[in-house]
Design a protein around this ligand. Structure first.
Ligand code: AKG
Length: 294
């Protein structure tokens, strides 16, 4: 007699990449750290591209050592198309296998955000710490399945001295946002359930977006730099408009899976182009929808 085996491509991929423990951590704790999610060369390229993008958009290049002009907390959206390094980071296979496990392999990329934490809170974050929150923007109580999954890729070391991330283990099971009191990360009323996440550059932390997380104030001038990725189920509206704007040449140099992440398998988005009503975005003439870049 033979015992039946369970066929599931997603679980097979997790086993192939030896991510079983990470999947278990996602279930039990609501977050997991993947070390060496991207290699040192890609980490360096991702860091350089992030610093360059901040320089272009803010008119001042961040200096990772001195942190001058980047006190507090800074974010910059719609990073993906700023450099091909971000395309490669997006496709990092261990992270993507865990994302598939959380929100399915038909998920779409909702946002790519560069994050810089400098010393203290500055004008950008007067509380110093980033209050605990969940990234799931669905109505509460949240559904018991995952609509969104979040990733932070560490482009510099994530240390306690750099104002590291804080997670509340098990909070993904509460299916709600923290209360005003539960959000607090410093002082007398600080939430004692929060634990630090530290890991070297090149690592990534992955979580179902229900999990409560934030970060502590940094006491040091040096900058910590991360790339935040948000993935969502394909019927949910993304933050970044990649579906309309990703250039054909970017789709051509990447895999079909990359195109799925860009929303090319979705149908939503009808207007007077009646010949597109039955077409997925990958089959449309997207130049008819491309936003005017100002
Ligand atoms: O960078 C941080 O301190 C927090 C990041 C975060 O909250 C997120 O990516 O959702």
């Amino acid at each position: 007699m033979h015992t039946s085996t369970l066929a599931n491509p997603c679980l097979d991929e997790l086993s192939r990449l030896q991510l079983e423990r990470n999947a278990l951590e996602l279930e039990v704790c609501g977050y997991t750290v993947v070390e060496e999610a991207i290699d040192p060369d890609l980490t360096a390229r991702g860091l350089e591209a992030t610093l360059r993008t901040f320089a272009e958009r803010r008119g001042k290049r961040p200096d990772v050592q001195t942190g001058e002009g980047y006190e507090g907390y800074w974010s910059s959206h719609y990073m993906l198309l700023k450099d091909p390094a971000f395309e490669r980071i997006l496709m990092a296979e261990k992270v993507l296998a865990l994302i598939d496990y959380l929100v399915g392999e038909d998920c779409i990329l909702s946002s790519t955000t560069g994050l810089i934490r400098g010393k203290g809170g500055g004008d950008t974050l007067p509380s110093g710490y980033l209050p605990l929150h969940g990234d799931d923007i669905s109505p509460q109580p949240h559904p018991a399945f995952n609509n969104f999954a979040s990733v932070n890729v560490f482009l510099t070391d994530m240390t306690e001295e750099s104002g590291c991330l804080a997670f509340v283990p098990g909070s993904h099971k509460r299916l709600r946002q923290p209360t005003a009191q539960e959000r607090v990360l410093a002082g007398e009323g600080a939430n004692r359930e929060a634990v630090p996440v530290v890991a070297p550059a090149g690592s990534a932390v992955v979580w179902p977006s229900h999990t409560w997380h934030g970060s502590w104030e940094s006491p040091t001038a040096a900058l910590r730099v991360t790339l935040a990725l948000l993935f969502g189920r394909p019927h949910l509206q993304p933050f970044d408009l990649y579906r309309e704007s990703v250039p054909d040449e970017v789709l051509e140099r990447n895999s079909p899976r990359f195109a799925t992440l860009m929303g090319m398998d979705t149908f939503y988005g009808w207007n007077d182009n009646r010949d597109d009503w039955m077409k997925q975005w990958r089959d449309r003439d997207r130049s008819r929808y491309a936003p005017r870049v100002v």
